[in-house]
Write a protein that binds this ligand. Structure first.
Ligand code: AMP
Length: 176
């Protein structure tokens, strides 16, 4: 996993002072790194009886759609409010300042489907938890919430686990 971690760039003070932004674009552009990371996820999920992969806008789209394709499954986007054209269900969650809303198409997941949720990173856990709740609202079973990076200092993983969901990540960065 060190090879994956070493390919993730840290941009200090972006998008604002005090944030250490963990930028996966440097991992994505590296063909060995990208392949290795997706191979690890395929290995983990190929026998888990998953019906569909859902990804959170926008880095979760890149990872989730590639993974879905490799697992021979379909892909469902979870998007910021107002972007999906058909009927949606939505979930509000807390940001550091204020609130945000994510949405999923109402017919994207059917009752009892096993759904793998994919995003790039878990920080406070608000985004991942809201996405898990959306899947649950549609009757889906969240097999796991899967991330490349966890920032354990922010305890987001615990927050999502305490709500009853399984969480998996490939690497961790201490400090925000
Ligand atoms: P949170 O809801 O606090 O867990 O934030 C997770 C979402 O915000 C993910 O979609 C990440 O892409 C993004 N994010 C939050 N903090 C960072 C960070 N330090 N570096 C990169 N992305 C971040």
């Amino acid at each position: 996993m060190e090879s994956i971690k070493s390919k993730i760039r840290t941009v200090p003070n972006w998008p604002k002072e005090g944030i250490m932004f963990r930028d996966i674009t440097t991992l994505l552009k590296d063909k060995e790194g990208f392949n290795f990371m997706i191979d690890k996820l395929v290995e983990r999920y190929k026998n888990m009886d998953i019906d569909v992969v859902a990804g959170i806008e926008s880095r979760g789209f890149i990872l989730g759609s590639v993974l879905a394709h490799r697992l021979n499954l379909g892909f469902v986007p979870i998007r910021k409010k107002g972007k999906l054209p058909a009927e949606t269900v939505s979930e509000e969650y807390e940001l550091e300042y204020g609130k945000d809303v994510i949405e999923i198409h109402k017919d994207a997941i059917s009752e009892g489907q096993n759904v793998l949720l994919m995003d790039d990173l878990i920080a406070t856990g608000g985004t991942s938890l809201a996405a898990c709740n959306l899947i649950k609202k549609l009757g889906g079973n969240v097999v796991e919430c899967s991330l490349i990076v966890d920032l354990p200092t922010l305890k987001g993983r615990k927050k999502v686990e305490d709500a009853g969901y399984k969480v998996f990540n490939l690497v961790e960065f201490e400090g925000e």
